[in-house]
Design a protein around this ligand. Structure first.
Ligand code: ADP
Ligand code: MG
Length: 343
């Protein structure tokens, strides 16, 4: 291990240069292991994880690139929290309990020590909220944009992970929370929705910068859902993923989409309400959960979700066939994954 340079027999602080890789591991990342024995204090080449009898390890990975998945001037503590949250959202949809993670960071040289500490501080805040330990990772430099990646691990009782492939024809399709805030939030953060007023802009931008992973739904999904996916690419695209994995199609009623007050304000300014609803359903970045359940389990699923403080809204059903079809007040409209047009 590398310690601080010894000058005249005393450790000398070195504020004049950025933390090197070893300083970063020791100062920024080791404290984030929270003493998890599997991390071996980040002193070894690898972590080692003992299996838990009766449980499956559920593993997901998401990467974020500056300018693509977050804005260049977003504060780094928020970016760090979003990095963990987008991964937590995947585990929430699988009914798994988050436990630990691996982190890869590729820093452009321009990021100074204060920014790197701010990033680590954001990770710490988010870890404390979820009882999550950092178990290992890699720290490199890049001539490109800041690039971040997390591999998140969680546990679920053996065989009980909620898959995308479990939907059956006749199942009800539901979605958590509200849809469209993520995409509108990106526009708001870019200053494109100022006409909605400062409160709506602040609310929406915050929803983009710091989505809420629906971990509270985990046990409801495990107990009562036939299939689930997190909504990162857009409701229609992610619903389509459930259909594809289950070998079935889905029909969704766009007028049933749950939306926030801010999204409703945005909708009221749009000339084509159908097109605007379709846009909300294709934007992405919502980090809600779309799931399916047998009609017989619908009441139990909704009650468990409400109990968990995260209501679900029924928005359609699973049917034979393939793809997602969207309806507006019972009339089918053609909506692509990334766009829409009237049928
Ligand atoms: P290698 O010799 O394989 O490059 P490193 O010296 O990069 O290994 O890593 C040493 C230890 O520090 C390992 O336990 C690794 O998991 C950990 N580590 C390095 N970077 C990070 C990071 N960004 N987050 C968490 N752990 C890290
Ligand atoms: Mg090594």
């Amino acid at each position: 291990m590398f310690g601080p340079p010894i000058v005249g027999g005393r450790a000398k602080a070195r504020p004049e240069r950025a933390l090197d890789e070893f300083d970063q591991i020791a100062q920024l990342f080791r404290p984030l292991t929270f003493g998890a024995p599997e991390a071996l204090d980040l002193m070894d080449d690898a972590a080692v994880i003992a299996g838990r009898p009766g449980f499956d390890l559920v593993i997901t990975k998401d990467a974020m690139v500056q300018g693509v998945h977050f804005l260049s001037d977003d504060p780094l503590d928020l970016t760090a929290r979003k990095l963990l949250r987008v991964n937590l959202s995947d585990l929430a949809a699988k009914g798994a309990a988050p436990w630990g993670y691996f982190l890869a960071v590729a820093w452009p040289p321009a990021y100074d020590e204060a920014q790197r500490r701010r990033f680590a501080d954001g990770l710490r805040q988010e870890q404390l909220a979820h009882v999550l330990s950092l178990l290992g990772g890699d720290t490199v430099s890049t001539p490109g944009p800041l690039t971040l990646s997390v591999t998140l691990l969680g546990w679920v009782e053996a065989g009980r992970m909620v898959k995308r492939s479990g939907a059956r024809a006749g199942d009800v399709v539901l979605v958590s929370g509200v849809i469209g805030d993520g995409g509108l939030g990106l526009q708001a953060a870019r200053g494109e929705l100022d006409a909605l007023g400062a409160d709506a802009v602040a609310y929406l931008a915050d929803r983009y910068r710091l989505p809420t992973p629906r971990l509270a739904l985990s046990s409801a999904l495990r107990d009562h859902a036939s299939a689930a996916a997190d909504v990162s690419d857009g409701l229609l695209a992610d619903a389509c993923h459930i259909g594809e994995a289950s070998g079935l199609g889905l029909s969704l009623d766009l007028e049933r989409l749950p939306i926030s007050k801010a999204a409703a304000a945005w909708l009221s300014c749009q000339t084509d309400s159908v097109a605007a609803h379709a846009a909300l359903a294709t934007f992405g970045d919502d980090y809600e959960v779309v799931c399916t359940t047998a009609p017989a389990s619908l009441e139990a699923l909704c009650a468990a979700a409400a109990e968990a403080g995260t209501p679900l809204t029924a928005i359609g059903e699973v049917r034979a066939g393939q793809g997602v079809s969207a309806r507006w007040r019972g009339v089918e409209i053609a909506v692509g994954r990334t766009g829409w047009r009237h049928a």
